[in-house]
Each structure stands twice: as C-alpha cells, then as structure tokens.
Design a protein around this ligand. Structure first.
Ligand SMILES: [Fe+2]
Length: 196
C-alpha cells in the first residue's frame, strides 16, 4: 500500500525505489533471532517501533490527506502485529519466565530495526532520525517502556540464577536507555536553539 502511494504520488523516485527493492529481495536478508523466545521479544519491539515510525511519517504528510490515511492504516496494522506478538510473549513469560528474561536482555541490548539488505539503510536511518520520525527517545518511551510494562518482568518469580542476573541487567539497560534518551532530547533542543 505504501509502495502504491509512493509510486502514484512520485514521493520517491520510482526507478530508485524499484532498484532498491530488487536488491533487497534478491539478498533475502531478514532478522534471524536465535530461537522462539528471542523471536517473540524481537518482534514485539519491532512491530511497535514500526507503528511509531509509520504514525510519525503520516504526521509529516500535512498536505497529503491520502498519504496520511495510508500511513495511519499501515500503522494500525503494525499495532495489531505488536498486540499479537507481545501477547504471545506474555504467555511465554508464564510458561518459561527464565528463558524469556534471558531473551529480553539479548534482544533489548541488540535491538535494531529490520533493514539489513536495504541499500543505504544507515543513511536512510539518519534521515529518519533527523526528521523526528524515529529516534532514541521514541524507542525508549513509545516502544520499550510500554512493551516491558506489559510484561512486568520485576514481578516474575522462580527465575533461574542466570535469569535473575539477566533481569537485573535488563533493568540497568532500561535505566541507561532512559538517560541516553534524556540527553539526546536535550542535545536536540540545544541544536534547535542554535539554529533559530
Ligand atoms: Fe508488522
């Protein structure tokens, strides 16, 4: 749907878009979480991150009513995907809390948006960040926080020793992310003041 909109409106150079799409399809690279628990944690975060990014992209399309509708629709779908995976993950926390706590640490620390194989992905990411569509504060506030709030990892009982350590590290990493997000926001505001 986004592709149809992008082609119809010529929002993106159609040749460039098709060339990039062909390269990505040919490579067939997708994130490869280690096992089911990692996959559930990763997809829960990734689907919500995608929703946030699509929603914010829609907000940028002030004068394009159809574009806003397309992005709102796709963002809504991503929200449903997040509900699905994070619900499965919630159930998995009940079945095997230790494995899920350990997977949470791995996936939280190593989280990256799916993009391997997309030509110039790093450059695209920088533009996306600069445009305020998806950045560290949004990752922390709108993706990580609601997802981990849902899982209530600090209420888990009967964790293995390794999982207890992993949970402590998850909490420490959440604290670190919060500080990085605040610092990022402060810097952004300082930069904005300098340019105005
Ligand atoms: Fe999705």
């Amino acid at each position: 749907m986004i592709r149809d909109w992008a082609l119809t409106t010529r929002a993106i150079d159609p040749t460039e878009l098709e060339d990039a799409r062909r390269v990505q399809m040919k490579l067939g690279e997708v994130p490869q979480p280690e096992d089911l628990t990692d996959m559930l944690v990763y997809t829960s975060l990734q689907e919500l991150a995608t929703q946030v990014a699509h929603r914010n992209t829609g907000k940028e399309l002030e004068k394009d009513k159809m574009g806003r509708r397309v992005m709102a629709l796709v963002a809504g779908d991503e929200g449903l995907h997040h509900e699905f995976y994070s619900g499965l993950a919630t159930a998995a926390f009940e079945v095997d809390p230790s494995s899920m706590a350990i997977a949470s640490l791995r996936q939280l620390k190593g989280f990256k948006m799916p993009g391997t194989g997309i030509p110039n992905f790093e450059e695209h990411s920088r533009h996306i960040e600069k445009a305020g569509i998806y950045d560290i504060p949004q990752f922390y506030e709108n993706v990580v926080t609601p997802t981990f709030d849902k899982w209530k990892i600090n209420e888990l009982t009967n964790l293995s020793d390794e999982a207890e350590v992993a949970r402590d590290k998850v909490n420490r990493h959440l604290g670190l992310l919060a500080r990085v997000a605040v610092r990022y926001q402060e810097r952004k505001e300082e930069d904005q003041e300098k340019t105005t």
